[in-house]
Design a binder for this molecule. Structure first.
Ligand code: PEP
Ligand code: CO
Length: 458
């Protein structure tokens, strides 16, 4: 949006059709919660957001690689030291493997500190002869199957703001304190990973990096700057528009407004409607934004969405997160790429190999097969390579916990194992070992594929 566009305001989305919004029984209670949030300090700053935008612009041109990952849905009660550190550990391990194997700086973006609102395929859930509102994420209601728990409660908005702040505070303190220091990858060791079938491959990379670091620091006669920290940015689906609006602000000495609840909000597949409220809201904020692109989106609609969301072709503004499924990517992705090429704009192409590959087991559990996830990723790399574009990022649902939600991987998890440690209430996540394996496999596939023309996007 050009800054002069007077048809947009932070509330202009309210004049559009807003899908996936909760129905609060008490409008005054909602207003009170939003007023509380609006009076609180922001969670992130415009400086951070602008730096991330620059990094994403570089990733679009093949100079960086985006690693985005975290829970499908964060839970309030999982805002704990153990869970936050474990998630950071697996993301750091993956980024270490990627930086080593791709020879590019990694842009690390967590699906955390605000990933609390979930789009649902049905507004209600029926068990036996009882029908209740669906669970829509902790920011809206509770998972327990009772009418009270499922009632949307606006006080949860304030709680979501608070747990986002607690999460971010801890992440920032860990990073500032040296948790991500490349000299000390032992800080990110996950207990169970020591016995993992992948540990020797990972350890070999760590050793080689150490050797290179020692060499470089000997030559430089001192520590190399930047090695002691690894920045993390945050992202979440900008689904609950009242919440997003309450944290959307002007900042001194900058044009326009920023969503200061997160660095990098994205539009989900179910709300990517050209004339819908989500696209209206997102077109006016200054953040870099993501757009999930599913297999049913016609290429001409994608073009219209790009023109609406990034009319000035601002570098780093728009990341297309394709989630097409292993069976459809080969057919759909080339057409989407052609549509973007025809517009002549630059986007960052990112592959979410999770959401197009969800299936339900006979016992009714949602799962995903490691091989399908990897298969979609490998095809994404191959298609971009063939079309002269650059796959500049990946988007995973993962956790640092030793869960059994996705099938396959080096440890060969089967459908039978799913019952053992399945804790996600929405989508199945890669466990830490599967996440690390994914990073190792990306590097392996990358080494078979030549970098695109100048490594740059068309
Ligand atoms: C998600 O990222 O959790 C999600 C719901 O994805 P999508 O909008 O791509 O279905
Ligand atoms: Co999900």
């Amino acid at each position: 949006m050009s800054v002069a566009d007077s048809s947009w305001s932070v509330a202009s989305w309210q004049g559009k059709n807003a899908s996936q919004q909760p129905d609060y029984p008490d409008a005054d209670a909602l207003d009170a919660a939003l007023a509380t949030i609006a009076a609180q300090p922001p969670l992130v700053t415009s400086w951070e957001i602008e730096t991330l935008k620059t990094h994403l612009a570089e990733a679009a041109h093949g100079q960086r690689f985006l690693l985005q990952g975290g829970d499908c849905a964060e839970r309030f009660h999982e805002c704990t030291a153990d869970i936050i550190t474990a998630r950071l550990k697996v993301l750091l391990q993956m980024s270490l493997v990627l930086v080593y194997g791709l020879r590019k700086p990694i842009v690390r973006v967590g699906r955390f500190a605000g990933q609390y609102a979930k789009p649902r395929s049905s507004p209600t859930e029926t068990r036996g002869d009882v029908t209740l509102p669906s669970y829509r994420g902790d920011i809206i209601n509770d998972i327990a199957y009772t009418p009270e728990a499922r009632q949307p409660d606006p006080r949860r908005l304030v709680k979501a703001y608070g747990t986002s702040a607690l999460t971010l505070n801890f992440v920032r303190a860990l990073i500032d304190g040296g948790f991500a220091d490349l000299h000390h990858p032992e800080y990110w060791e996950l207990d169970f990973a020591r016995h993992s079938p992948l540990s020797s491959e990972y350890e070999a990379i760590v050793d080689r990096i150490h050797e290179a670091l020692r060499f470089a620091e000997t030559v430089a006669d001192g520590p190399i700057s930047g090695i002691r920290r690894a920045d993390f940015y945050t992202s979440h689906e900008a689904l609950h528009l009242h919440y997003e609006q309450a944290l959307t602000r002007h900042v001194p000495r900058r044009d326009g407004v920023y969503n200061l609840s997160t660095h990098f909000p994205w539009i989900g597949k179910r709300t990517a409607h050209l004339d819908g409220a989500h696209v209206e809201y997102m077109r006016g904020i200054r953040n870099p934004i993501g757009l999930k692109v599913g297999p049913t989106l016609p290429p001409s609609d994608l073009q219209a969405l790009i023109t609406r969301l990034n009319p000035d072709d601002e570098p780093g503004r728009l990341t297309l997160i394709t989630r097409l499924g292993v069976d459809q990517i080969e057919d759909r992705l080339p057409r989407l790429i052609e549509a973007v090429q025809a517009l002549g704009t630059t986007v960052l192409w990112c592959c979410d190999p999770m959401h197009g590959n969800t299936e339900v087991t006979e016992s009714g559990l949602k799962t995903r097969h490691f091989d399908n996830i990897l298969g979609e990723l490998e095809q994404a790399m191959a298609v971009h390579q063939a079309m002269g574009t650059y796959l500049g990022g990946v988007h995973f649902e993962l956790t640092g916990e030793d869960v059994t939600e996705c099938i396959g991987g080096a440890r060969g998890l089967t459908e039978h194992d799913l019952e053992r440690a399945y804790t996600s209430v929405v989508d199945p996540r890669l466990n830490a070992e599967q996440g690390l394996e994914m990073a190792l496999r990306i590097v392996r596939s990358h080494q078979h594929i030549q970098p695109g023309r100048n490594g740059s996007a068309a």
